[in-house]
Design a binder for this molecule. Structure first.
Ligand code: C5P
Length: 387
């Protein structure tokens, strides 16, 4: 945000963006902290607020390039006349302007200034330049201004800005289509307090659900136990074990057009789960396990299956194993990812994927799971429509 009086509305804007499912990191331009307390923004965003200066200290945290890559969209609200002039120049003289120059993400600005400043010929030229470069201009509103004048130049209301930023990601590619996604781990109980589970966070599946919603689909998210917030506008079915997940999927699979199995389903479950907490009386203990049903293979093996996409998380021979699963489980597409390293895979914000169909192999390089999810949904949609 830049240093304008409308900055006092930004904590509300951050909340509204959060309500739409966005993660928000705030960068203040020089003097913006004169208009709003950084601590308020930290509290509502859940992230440390970045100040304008590019110091050695700030660059050792999330530096300007990391921030530029992290963002799916950059919004400057309020955007002062001065900030827009600097954007036009391509200035990289403080953190916010540098991120704008360095990012590939769409940029939106919500102008906020005195009506005479807005109507100034230089401001008009700057807006036209920004528009011609694909910058989204949100507003401004007209009405009574902080300076007492009346006219165009007021920043749009936070709810309106949030909704317009959300719309940047919207498409109608999957309008009228039903997409079911499994996500997260499963929990196979040993007794009422213990169980067998895995490191899946649910992030990738949830990001795909959000991307499918943005593409206009009606989404059913069948989730194992996770600690991340659920996407709005999806039908959520919470499950615990693989058997629960299996029956939740089967209960409405015939209505689905596309099925994406992202869940890390336990291959085996204890043959018995004790009713009471197991006591440590014996020196040794043997747990007998039985195979769980393969949810994805069961769906793909139906008489009239939806378009089926699987995930193959492997530590080695990633492509070969994934191709094997594509054939064995009769899938339309499989997303293979390497889970051995520390930077991609389980519980990390980034992922890299190789997308395999019978005819093609597409490499999707390391990026944030949210960005990757959009590309995946676009590729899945293309393949689904081409069948
Ligand atoms: O065979 P493997 O477990 O590696 O296959 C992974 C793919 O199969 C993932 O898409 C996963 O969601 C799905 N799967 C499933 N039910 C199982 C095991 C895996 O749906 N029991």
């Amino acid at each position: 945000m830049s240093a304008g009086i409308a900055a006092y509305k930004t904590p509300d804007l951050v909340r509204k963006l959060g309500e739409l499912g966005a993660q928000v990191q705030v960068i203040l331009s020089k003097n913006a902290d004169q208009f709003v307390a950084p601590l308020s923004l930290q509290a509502v965003s859940g992230h440390a607020v970045h100040s304008y200066a590019m110091t050695a200290e700030s660059e050792t945290g999330m530096g300007h390039i990391d921030l530029a890559r992290w963002a799916d969209a950059v919004l400057i609200a309020p955007a002062t006349a001065n900030m827009m002039a600097r954007l036009c120049q391509g200035n990289a003289d403080e953190l916010l302007t540098t991120v704008c120059v360095a990012t590939e993400a769409p940029i939106a600005v919500a102008p906020a200034m005195n009506q005479q400043m807005w109507q100034n010929a230089a401001s008009e030229a700057n807006i036209a330049t920004l528009q011609s470069r694909g910058v989204h201009i949100l507003g401004p509103d007209a009405g009574e201004q902080a300076c007492g004048e009346v006219g165009p130049g007021r920043m749009l209301q936070p709810a309106d800005i949030a909704q317009r930023v959300g719309a940047l990601f919207q498409s109608t590619e999957l309008t009228g289509k039903r997409v079911m996604i499994t996500a997260g781990p499963t929990w196979e109980a040993l007794d009422p307090v213990r169980g067998i589970t895995n490191h899946s966070s649910g992030m990738m599946g949830y990001a795909l659900a959000q991307a499918a919603i943005e593409a206009g689909a009606e989404v059913t998210l069948v989730s194992g136990p996770t600690h991340i917030s659920k996407p709005e506008h999806a039908t959520i079915i919470n499950t615990v074990s693989a058997l629960d997940m299996h029956s939740a999927v089967m209960s409405s699979i015939d209505e689905q057009d596309i099925f994406i199995a992202v869940a890390a389903v336990a291959d085996y479950r204890p043959i018995q789960s004790a009713d009471q907490k197991i006591k440590k009386n014996a020196d040794e203990m043997t747990i007998t396990m039985i195979k769980n049903p393969d949810i994805l293979a069961d769906v793909a093996g139906r008489e009239k299956p939806p378009f089926c996409v699987g995930f193959a998380a492997e530590t080695n021979n990633v492509i070969d194993y994934a191709r094997g699963k594509l054939v064995r489980k009769k899938l339309d597409m499989i997303a293979a990812n390497h889970v051995g390293g520390s930077e991609t895979g389980f519980g990390t914000p980034d992922n890299a994927i190789t997308l395999i169909t019978e005819e093609s192999v597409i490499e999707l390089p390391r990026q944030a799971k949210t960005a990757l999810a959009r590309t995946l949904i676009a590729e899945i949609t293309k393949a689904y429509k081409a069948q």
